[in-house]
Design a protein around this ligand. Structure first.
Ligand code: FES
Length: 121
């Protein structure tokens, strides 16, 4: 996925691309490990940095913890909560998290918006 975009980003002087896989194979020569293994390799200015997080929900609390170690403000940590959606139009309630309809109000939220929302991450 996004092979063209990755090649473009890798060629940009203002962009560093770090990739990892959970389990490598004989073809993979890059980093092996969960995404949080990349955080120590990244030096960021928290004033000019946003974290955009898309992936399995189990990953989010670990990513948020690493972002906070880098002093990212809660408003600059973006999380996609597309989980559990069915109708996508606010009718079935399947996506609801304590009164918040992810399909209507998200699916992308800042950490500031959901950190007090139980079961969100
Ligand atoms: S997915 Fe049905 S209400 Fe949100």
């Amino acid at each position: 996925m996004f092979i063209g975009e990755l090649e473009e980003w890798c060629g940009r002087p203002d962009c560093d691309v770090l990739e990892t896989v959970d389990r490598g194979d004989e073809c993979w020569t890059g980093n092996v490990g969960v995404v949080t293994t990349l955080f120590p390799k990244v030096d960021v200015d928290p004033k000019n940095t946003f974290a955009i997080t898309v992936g399995p929900p189990v990953m989010y609390k670990f990513v948020v913890a690493e972002c906070k170690k880098k002093d990212l403000p809660d408003e600059q940590i973006l999380l996609s909560l597309e989980r559990r959606m069915k109708c996508g139009v606010g009718k079935c309630g399947h996506c609801q998290i304590n009164g918040v309809y992810v399909c209507q109000e998200g699916p992308v939220f800042t950490y500031a918006q959901i950190k007090e929302l139980e079961e969100a991450i």
